[in-house]
Structures are given as structure tokens and as C-alpha cells.
Design a binder for this molecule. Sequence first.
Ligand code: NAD
Length: 495
Amino acid sequence: MGDKGEEGDRMALMKFDNESAASLVSELRGSFNSGRTRGYEWRAVQLKMMVKLIDNHESEIVEALRSDLSKPEMESFISEISMTKNSCKVSLKELKHWMKPERAKTTLTSFPSSAEIVSEPLGVVLVISAWNYPFLLSLDPVIGAIAAGNAVVLKPSEISPATSSLMARLLPEYLDRSVVRIVEGAVAETTALLEQRWDKIFYTGNGKVGRIVMAAAAKHLTPVVLELGGKSPVVVDSNINLDVAVKRIIAGKWACNNGQACIAPDYVITPKSFAPKLIDAFKHTLEKFYGKDPLESKDLSRIVNSNHFSRLAKLLDDEKVAGKIVHGGQRDEKRPTIAPTILLDVPQDSLIMNEEIFGPLLPIITVDKVEDSFNVINSKSKPLAAYLFTKNKQLEKDFVNAVSAGGMLINDTCIHLALHTLPFGGVGESGMGSYHGKFSFDAFSHKKAVLHRGFGGEASARYPPYTPKKQRLLRALLNGDIIGLILALIGWPRV
Ligand code: NAD
């Protein structure tokens, strides 16, 4: 186990400013430069300790998530605990393989030689995470940073304080404190951290702060990964298994943190003639899942805080959506919570269609024919995820071709995020860069090109004076013209 310096960390927290941030980075840079993170052993030990941390404290993690979000235990287990642990296990299983230099082909230009791509750690990296999946979104990037051999500072979200403080207590107990650190805090602390020179910044959150992060990174030419959000659409064709489709949309919307998930379905688009059937199926299944009074359901997370409650209430109170609620709409400011709510055909210039909803409201937009949905989606910023429900294979192909999104899933929602073989990240306004599995390792590595040569294979044509014969030889060589090369070598003219 690492040093038990929690008390010291807490004290430092209270007055964390530019100076403390600079001294933290300098301390970690010293540890990184000592080379301790470079070998396989150190990385593997940290990853194993992370698994131990999760196993030993599962119930505390569940309690912290309940306190921050009223997250149901089942959801905490599936999407925070198990996914984080799985990420460690995949890294542990694959790490030796990932760390191996990758052979690259050589060409005539460097003959004789051998080439390889070496993954080297970037150095000292900063991870800034968001509140909605506060355990997973904090530790999953940290796992990638450790696997790639970096020193790392984690700054969790202040909006999920119980999970943040639990991680601040546990991380130094389990991980090498000279290389992995956590700084709790809000804007002031993050700003102090952003002043420093990092070798990579990995940020999860909204695009407005994403721009602040990128501007701060630009001062030091620091590369960034921005894991942002957006309005993730769900296209529902009429040619579907309605029962399965509706259950899977509900699972992605309301059973994922009550809509407070970056890849939660934001709005549905469906043919006008199919909408009544779809809405009936939603009503029926929502009642089956969450009862007649969903505000009392133990299987729905609450809205994280009163600011977010007011933000969502504003979307519902917008006069442009008056009379558009076809299901739900109940809310309780005190808890704070809002029932699963469906709105039909809200205008495109309403507030709800112009910002990421990030909550339990689901507008359904109708179109004449299902293909018209592509134009609706493409008229907005590129989303983090796009979903399609259909049995029509041609429509599936057209959707993949016509719609740009961070990721796509046909006939389900959200579960693409659980595949470590797929990169997870946005495009355009939904972010840049990606992670998960090997993509996390790559996000925190530099791919160093290494060419090995001996002292043989001298080609005098490379050196001055540049005679016509040498020029002919070099031209043939660089153009890959083998016959021209032979002719130049033996001094025959080209016919
Ligand atoms: P948040 O409020 O927790 O903010 C994220 C982080 O930014 C926090 O650590 C916070 O302290 C920091 N921060 C806030 N204001 C800052 C400022 N002015 N300067 C510097 N740092 C600041 O989270 P949020 O932004 O409300 O998160 C929700 C958004 O994140 C949604 O848009 C959602 O789609 C997106 N998200 C994306 C992913 C993904 O993986 N792509 C995952 C979760 C959430």
C-alpha cells in the first residue's frame, strides 16, 4: 500500500492555489523523471491495487453514489463499479502486449534497417472529471494514464462530493502517492491546476468548460482529450420489434442515471404515422418499470442538485413547449426529482431542442418518412452517440453513412460504451480524442518512431557533390523505380 498521507492531502486542499499546484506538479515530475513508472511491474502493481480498492470498498462506493445521486445500487454496480474494475482487468491482461514496440515496415530509402513504434509515457497528466458517473469517469482515465506509465493528478467533480471525498481517502491508501494524486475542489482549484504545464489534459464535462481547458492547454502546447456531450438522437423506424425497442430506449434514458448520462438518448425521431403506437408503448412500459407514481420509485436517480433541477424546469416551462407533454411532467423541487417525461413535436427553436437535456425529459419529433430524420440530426452539432432502431438493413447502412457521431449503436442504446474494443469519444462539438481499452493506453502514450541502422549500406549518392549520375540514382531510389535504379547503377540510359 502507498503512503497514508490523507490528512496532509486534506489540509493541502483547504488552501490549494497556484503555488500548491506548481509544487504538486514539480513533485510528480520528479517522481516521473526518476523512471519508476516506466516498467511493467510498477504499472501492474498499481492496477492490481486499484482492483483491490474496488473489491474492499464496494459498499462504500455504492453509499457515496447514493448520497450524491440517489443512484440505485444495481446501476452503481453495473455502470460504475463493474466497469471500472473491468477496465483494470483488461489493462492488466493486455498491458505487456500493449507495451511491446510495434514493428513497422521499412523501405528502400533506409535499406538496410529495421523500424519500430515505441509507446512511451507522456509524463505528468491531469484528469478532470464530471459528476454524473463520478467513480467511473474519474478512475477510468486514471487507469489509462497509469497503464501507459504516467504520473497523474485527478480532479474529481465538486458536484458529487461524497464520491470525490471517498476517492481522496482511498487513492493514497492503495496507490503510489508519489505518482498518483487527487485534488478535490471546484473552479478555483481546477483553475490553479490548469495554470500548470501538463503533458496531457483529459477533461470530461460540458463544452463551455472544455473551451476553458483547451485555452489553458494551448498556453503550454499541451494536448487534450475532451470528452463532452451533445444531443444524442434515436431514430425509430416503424419496422421494429416495438416492445424490445422501447425497453432498450428506456434503459438508456431513465435507467442510466435518470437521463443524466452523456450518451443518454436526448430526443427521438419517428415517422408521424408511427408516433401514437410508440408513445403508447412508452407509457405502458414506463408504468411497468417505475409504477404509477415514478417520483416514489427507488429505481430512478434523483436530479443531482437544485441548479440542474431549475435548468430542467426551465426547459419544461418554456412557453414554446406548452401543451406538448404527453406523459409524465410531475416534479418535486425539494428532493429534487422529475418523473420520466415525454413531449411530442416540440418546435425546433424551443430551448429543449437547442441544448443537451441531460435529464429525464424526452422529446419525440415526427417526420413524414424515416429518412427525413437524417436532415434533422445533421442540422445540429455532431452528437456523442446516435441510435437507430430498424429491421431495414438498407436504412441501417444509410444511417451509418449519412450521420456523423462519436459512436453509433443499431437497435440498442448506450451499451457500445461497455466494449473495450471500441474507441469511446466525440467528434466536433461532442469532443476530441477517445479512450477505453487500448485506446486509453494510446491516449496517454506518445508513439515514438524509432529507425535502427547499422554502419553498412552506404550509398555515396546521398552525399555531395551531386553529380548527374547521383541525381539519377537518387531520383530512381526515391521514386521506387527499381529498373531505373539498376540502369543508373550500371550507367545505361533509360529507353
Ligand atoms: P461538472 O460540473 O462536474 O464539470 C466538470 C469538471 O469541470 C469538474 O471537475 C469541475 O470542477 C470543472 N469545472 C467546472 N467549471 C469550471 C471552470 N469554470 N473552470 C475550470 N474547471 C471547471 O460536469 P458537467 O460539465 O455538468 O458535466 C456534464 C456534461 O459532461 C454534459 O455535457 C455531458 O454530456 C458531459 N459528459 C461527457 C462524458 C463523456 O464521456 N463524453 C461523460 C459524462 C459527462
